[in-house]
Design a protein around this ligand. Structure first.
Ligand code: B12
Length: 292
């Protein structure tokens, strides 16, 4: 799938990818070491090709010890986003534990026009599915699986940091993974999407019992609640407490979004009613757009 190109990075994005302060980036720009242009509003914009040149020249990257190949691979990308190719490259970077390269790939995909939900649905999720398949088939050790996951997580965090819309006021949201659920990467992806859409998000992480989430909703009265469950068996013990959650949400007018393999089954969905049973992150993006 191809998307129209966006070929510039902001000061903030660069600061996140390179782990240097925005002041440093501005100094490089002002002294002509790093070429930039200005928007009509006066903000600096850095062309992708220039970013790539500078990154290679200085050996910069999102993680310490980033390989010299960890550059924004625009030359081969031909200014369009190829989801399959990006997923393949992301898988390789994650497998080798190259967080800088993995981050650059996600940023590149996003800069080339892929919205966050596409980056997560079509690059991150398929890559990790592949990791899971290899682990299941005993072609990847547990240690290798953990390395790939933690690398992917760092890349998603970096992307999220550079796409967060600080100060925007779409509303308050809370997201977490259900009780017994340690698959927290999808929660992070949901958080990134919501923050990118201007929501103020609290991420409660993995293993959050429904009764605890219900109490949180009663106290904090968020407008949106997102819960992820990858494993179905984790949900089975918790159906009763879920009623407490939905009534807390109803009382404060919060919408409830459920996502993940654990909620995919029809019978499960019937036992866990929600405003949205998301198939993927595209559904979440569209749902919150509809709330505007
Ligand atoms: C990483 C990982 C782990 C890590 C998690 C680390 C972390 N911090 O997240 C660790 C090592 C902890 C782990 C543990 C286990 N895991 Co695991 N894990 C995975 C793996 C490789 C990737 C999951 C992931 O993050 N994917 C990336 C996300 C972004 O994509 P996704 O989960 O596919 O979600 C998509 C949709 O479902 C949806 N979505 C999901 N959640 C949400 C939420 C919202 C709000 C929305 C809108 C959308 C949405 O959007 C996504 C994109 O399209 C999968 C492989 C796989 N095929 O999924 C196995 C996998 C899920 N794990 C599996 C298993 C068996 C386990 C363990 C039981 C292993 C064990 N014996 O200990 C434990 C269980 C731990 C627990 N209690 O939760 C099995 C599950 C099989 C099953 N269905 O029962 C899988 C499928 C591996 C396999 N091939 O067998 N795992």
């Amino acid at each position: 799938m191809n998307y129209s190109p966006t070929k510039f990075l902001t000061t903030r994005q660069l600061s996140r990818v390179w782990f240097v302060s925005e002041a440093t980036i501005k100094r490089w720009a002002d002294t002509g070491q790093l070429k930039s242009s200005r928007t009509v509003g006066g903000h600096r914009r850095f062309p992708l090709a220039e970013v790539m040149r500078f990154q290679t020249e200085r050996g910069l990257g999102a993680a310490a010890g980033v390989a010299p190949t960890a550059t924004l691979n625009v030359t081969s990308a031909k200014s369009t986003f190829d989801a399959e190719q990006a997923a393949e490259q992301f898988f390789e970077a994650a497998r080798r534990g190259h967080a800088g390269e993995a981050t650059a790939l996600l940023l590149e995909a996003h800069m080339l026009g892929a919205e966050l939900h596409l980056v997560f649905d079509e690059v991150v999720a398929p890559s990790l599915r592949r990791v899971g398949d290899l682990w299941y088939g005993e072609q990847m050790s547990v240690a290798e699986e953990h390395l790939a996951t933690s690398t992917a997580t760092r890349a998603v965090e970096s992307l999220a940091a550079s796409t967060r819309r600080a100060g925007a006021k779409a509303g308050a949201a809370v997201c977490c993974a259900a009780e017994e659920e340690m698959h927290t990467l999808p929660v992070l992806c949901a958080q990134a999407i919501l923050e990118g859409a201007g929501w103020d998000v609290r991420n409660l992480g993995g293993h959050t019992p429904f009764f605890a989430l219900a109490e949180y909703i009663e106290k904090q009265r968020p407008a949106l609640v997102c819960v992820s469950a990858t494993l179905q068996r984790a949900l089975e013990h918790n159906a009763r407490d879920y009623a407490q959650l939905t009534s807390a949400a109803r009382a404060c007018g919060a919408r409830v979004v459920l996502g993940g393999e654990g909620f995919r089954d029809r019978a499960v969905r019937a036992r866990f009613p929600a405003d949205l049973h998301a198939e993927g992150f595209r559904d979440l993006s569209e749902f919150v757009r509809g709330l505007d």
